[in-house]
Design a binder for this molecule. Structure first.
Ligand SMILES: *[C@@H]1O[C@H](CO)[C@@H](O)[C@H](O)[C@H]1NC(C)=O
Ligand SMILES: *[C@@H]1O[C@H](CO)[C@@H](O)[C@H](O)[C@H]1NC(C)=O
Ligand SMILES: *[C@@H]1O[C@H](CO)[C@@H](O)[C@H](O)[C@H]1NC(C)=O
Ligand SMILES: *[C@@H]1O[C@H](CO)[C@@H](O)[C@H](O)[C@H]1NC(C)=O
Ligand SMILES: *[C@@H]1O[C@H](CO)[C@@H](O)[C@H](O)[C@H]1NC(C)=O
Ligand SMILES: *[C@@H]1O[C@H](CO)[C@@H](O)[C@H](O)[C@H]1NC(C)=O
Ligand SMILES: *[C@@H]1O[C@H](CO)[C@@H](O)[C@H](O)[C@H]1NC(C)=O
Ligand SMILES: *[C@@H]1O[C@H](CO)[C@@H](O)[C@H](O)[C@H]1NC(C)=O
Ligand SMILES: *[C@@H]1O[C@H](CO)[C@@H](O)[C@H](O)[C@H]1NC(C)=O
Length: 436
C-alpha cells in the first residue's frame, strides 16, 4: 500500500514538476496544534488562534490560492500549494499562466502572436435581433501596440455608448461592446434597400501610451444587415399608416409584394395599384395560435359603421375579384393584396379589418374560407383601421376612354368603375353580395 502511494505521488510530482509547500511558517492547517479550517470569507486560519493563517492541503473554497504562502499557488491536481505557477481556471490556448504581483494570472503568450500584423485584426460581429455585439481580441491588439481599454464608438464617445467588457469567444479572450439595433442610437447610421436594413457604426481603438509610437489608432467600420420583414420595416418608416388593435395586433399597408415598404402617412396611392395589407401580432404564442383575419372592408369615413361599407374580405377569404388573401390563419402574420379602389366623391378610404387569434386546436379551420359564423362565436374579434390617401389624378370617365393608357391603367379604371357601381347598389339596398 505504501509502495503504491509512493508511485502515485512520484507520478504526480513528475507530471507537475512542482514542489508542495512544506515550510513551517505559516503552518499547515493539518498540524495538530493548529487544527485549521478554511472559509469563503476569511480564508484559512488556525482553530487554536484565528489570527494565524495556515496553509491548506485540501479545501473547497473558491479562491484557495490566496491561502497559499507568497510564491506558492494552489494546484488542484496534487493538491497542495505548489511553487509552480498554476492558473485556475486554466488559461486559454493563446495564453500562458504567469505570476503577476504574486497572483497566478493568464497573460497573453506573445509567441502565439509573433509575426502577426494589423491584417490579422478581424473583429467578430454578431448581429442579433436587438443587439449588435462587436468583439476584438485583447492579446492581438496589445501585441500590435493598441490599448483595447481605450475603445469607443467614433461618432459618440459618451459613457452610455461605450460600455465594453471582457468575455471569452471561441477560446479567445476578447473585449466586447454591445450596440442597440436602433437608428440614431450612439451614432448608428441606418440605411435601407429593397430587401434589407443596415445599421452601421465605427469603432475607435486607441494606442498604448509608450514613448515610441509605431501605429495609428484603429477606425473600424462595421455593418449589421437585417432582412426586411412586415414587422421590422415599420421600425424605420417615418410615419407608417398602421394601427394597433387590442391584442397588440398591427394592421399596416405596404407598397410592395414583399410587405417591406410601408405606405407612409403622407403617401398617396393611385387608384388601381395594388396595396398589401399586412397584419401581425407580437407577444402571442405562435405554437398555440394563428392570426385569422375574418373580414376587411373599406369606408369613406373613419366611422366603422359607415353605411357605405365595401367588403373585400369575408369569412377569412377574398370577397371580390381584385383581392387575393395571400396568407391567413397559418401563422401570426396575415397578408392580403388588394387593388386599391375609391369610393365615389371621396379622396380617402378607411380600411377596417377584424382579426382574431385562432386556436391551433381548430386545425385548418383557422385558414379555411368560412362563412359559417360558428367559428366566430366565442372568439373575440379586434378591429383595426388605417386611412389611405388616394391620388387625385384619377378620372374614370376620361381614363376609360383614352387610348393612351397602358393595359394596366385600363384594368385599374375598370376596377374603379366596378366598385363605384357596386357602391351605388349598396346605397340603395344596404345588402352586400359577393362580386360577380
Ligand atoms: C506559447 O506559444 C508558443 C507558440 O504557439 C508555444 O510553443 C508555447 O508552448 C506556448 N507557451 C505556453 C506556456 O503555452
Ligand atoms: C450620444 O448618444 C446618446 C444616446 O444616443 C445621446 O443621448 C447623446 O446626445 C449623443 N451625443 C452626441 C455628442 O451625439
Ligand atoms: C502617458 O505616459 C506618461 C508617462 O508614463 C504619463 O505622464 C502620461 O500621463 C500618460 N498619458 C496618458 C494619457 O495616460
Ligand atoms: C468609415 O466610415 C466613415 C464614415 O461613416 C467613412 O468616412 C470612412 O471612409 C469609412 N472608412 C472605411 C475604411 O470604409
Ligand atoms: C434573409 O433573406 C435571405 C434571402 O431571402 C434568406 O436566404 C435568409 O435565410 C434570410 N435570413 C433570415 C435571418 O431570415
Ligand atoms: C401590448 O404591448 C404593451 C407594450 O408593449 C404591453 O404593455 C401590453 O401588455 C400589451 N398588451 C397585450 C394585450 O399583450
Ligand atoms: C413625406 O414626408 C417626409 C418627411 O416628412 C418627406 O421626406 C417626404 O418627401 C414626404 N413625401 C411626400 C410624397 O410628400
Ligand atoms: C355551421 O355551424 C353549425 C353549428 O356549429 C354546424 O352544425 C354546421 O354543420 C356548419 N355548417 C357548415 C357548412 O360548416
Ligand atoms: C368586428 O369588430 C367590431 C369591433 O370589435 C365588432 O363590433 C364586429 O362585430 C366585428 N365583426 C365580426 C364579424 O366579428
Amino acid at each position: 500500500m505504501k509502495y503504491i502511494c509512493l508511485i502515485v505521488l512520484a507520478a504526480l510530482l513528475k507530471h507537475a514538476g512542482a514542489v508542495c509547500y512544506s515550510g513551517t511558517d505559516p503552518v499547515m492547517c493539518t498540524d495538530t496544534e493548529c487544527n485549521g479550517f478554511c472559509s469563503e470569507d476569511n480564508g484559512c486560519s488556525c482553530g487554536s488562534d484565528e489570527t494565524r493563517t495556515c496553509v491548506p492541503t485540501t479545501c473547497d473554497i473558491t479562491d484557495i490560492s490566496r491561502c497559499c504562502p507568497s510564491g506558492y499557488f494552489w494546484n488542484s491536481n496534487i493538491p497542495c500549494c505548489s511553487d509552480e505557477v498554476t492558473c485556475d481556471p486554466p488559461c486559454l490556448s493563446v495564453e500562458k499562466c504567469a505570476s503577476v504581483n504574486d497572483v497566478a494570472t493568464c497573460v497573453c503568450n506573445v509567441s502565439t502572436y509573433a509575426g502577426k500584423t494589423i491584417a490579422d485584426f478581424r473583429p467578430s460581429l454578431s448581429c442579433q435581433t436587438n443587439v449588435m455585439v462587436i468583439s476584438v481580441s485583447q492579446c492581438l491588439l496589445t501585441h500590435l501596440g493598441y490599448d483595447y481599454t481605450n475603445m469607443h464608438l467614433l461618432n459618440n464617445d459618451s459613457d452610455i455608448c461605450n460600455i465594453h467588457y471582457p468575455e471569452i469567444v471561441n477560446n479567445n479572450r476578447v473585449e466586447s461592446m454591445q450596440l442597440k439595433v436602433d437608428s440614431g442610437w450612439c451614432g448608428n447610421k441606418m440605411t435601407v434597400d429593397s430587401s434589407k436594413v443596415y445599421y452601421k457604426n465605427s469603432l475607435y481603438i486607441g494606442i498604448q501610451n509608450k514613448s515610441v509610437i509605431t501605429v495609428n489608432p484603429i477606425l473600424f467600420n462595421f455593418t449589421c444587415s437585417y432582412n426586411l420583414t412586415m414587422q421590422t420595416s415599420l421600425n424605420f418608416a417615418l410615419k407608417p399608416v398602421q394601427s394597433l388593435a387590442e391584442f397588440n395586433g398591427t394592421l399596416s399597408a405596404y407598397k410592395n409584394p414583399d410587405y417591406t415598404s410601408p405606405i407612409q402617412a403622407n403617401d398617396t396611392v393611385e387608384v388601381g395599384t395594388y396595396i398589401y395589407l399586412g397584419l401581425f401580432v407580437k407577444d402571442a404564442d405562435g405554437a398555440a395560435f394563428t392570426l385569422r383575419v375574418e373580414e376587411c372592408y373599406a369606408t369613406p369615413t373613419s366611422d366603422p359603421l359607415d353605411v357605405n361599407q365595401v367588403y373585400f374580405v369575408r369569412g377569412g377569404c377574398a370577397y371580390t375579384n381584385d383581392v387575393v388573401v395571400e396568407e391567413n390563419g397559418k401563422a401570426l402574420e396575415a397578408r392580403i393584396k388588394v387593388s386599391m379602389f375609391k369610393i365615389q366623391g371621396q379622396t380617402n378610404v378607411y380600411i377596417f379589418c377584424n382579426a382574431t387569434l385562432c386556436p391551433n386546436t381548430l386545425g385548418d379551420q383557422c385558414n379555411k374560407c368560412n362563412n359559417n359564423v360558428s367559428l366566430a362565436k366565442g372568439s373575440s374579434y379586434v378591429q383595426a383601421m388605417i386611412k389611405i390617401q388616394l391620388s387625385g389624378k384619377c378620372n374614370p370617365h376620361t381614363a376609360y376612354h383614352t387610348e393612351l393608357y397602358s393595359y394596366s391603367h385600363l384594368t385599374v379604371y375598370t376596377v374603379l368603375l366596378f366598385h363605384i357601381n357596386k357602391l351605388t347598389s349598396i346605397q340603395h339596398t344596404s345588402v352586400l353580395h359577393p362580386a360577380n
